[in-house]
Design a protein around this ligand. Structure first.
Ligand SMILES: [Zn+2]
Ligand SMILES: [Zn+2]
Length: 119
């Protein structure tokens, strides 16, 4: 079972199933939110994400359409991405927060149209 936590450690969670559909997202919103060239997310059914601590510290931001991004209000770590109209029952987790080793078999690069030149 995978476990993860934010930078300050106040928010921690575990995943009841193996995360799927791992993607490096190069869209401008992920770049800005993560302050990075891309964001890596993997998805689990919403019921498979269990918070162990700090869920009340998450702040939600509606970045576009129905998409909600949640981050730790103490340290700013990005935690959740959800609200996909295509996959309403799923939540994506920022893979970099995992404290357990995770070696996905395949990773997709998406929204390469806004890929940065300095990567
Ligand atoms: Zn935090
Ligand atoms: Zn993105």
């Amino acid at each position: 079972m995978h476990k993860g936590s934010c930078l300050c450690g106040a928010v921690s969670f575990r995943l009841r199933s193996e995360p799927k559909a791992v993607a490096n997202c190069h869209c401008r919103m992920c770049q800005k939110q993560h302050g990075a060239a891309f964001a890596t997310y993997a998805s689990v059914p919403k019921s498979d994400l269990e918070y162990l601590a700090g869920q009340e510290l998450l702040t939600s931001y509606n970045s576009s359409g129905s998409v909600i991004r949640k981050f730790c209000s103490v340290c700013g770590s990005n935690v959740e991405w959800s609200g996909s109209k295509k996959f309403p029952g799923w939540v994506s987790i920022a893979v970099a927060l995992l404290d357990t080793s995770f070696a996905p078999k395949s990773i997709k690069d998406i929204h390469l149209e806004s890929r940065v030149c300095w990567l």
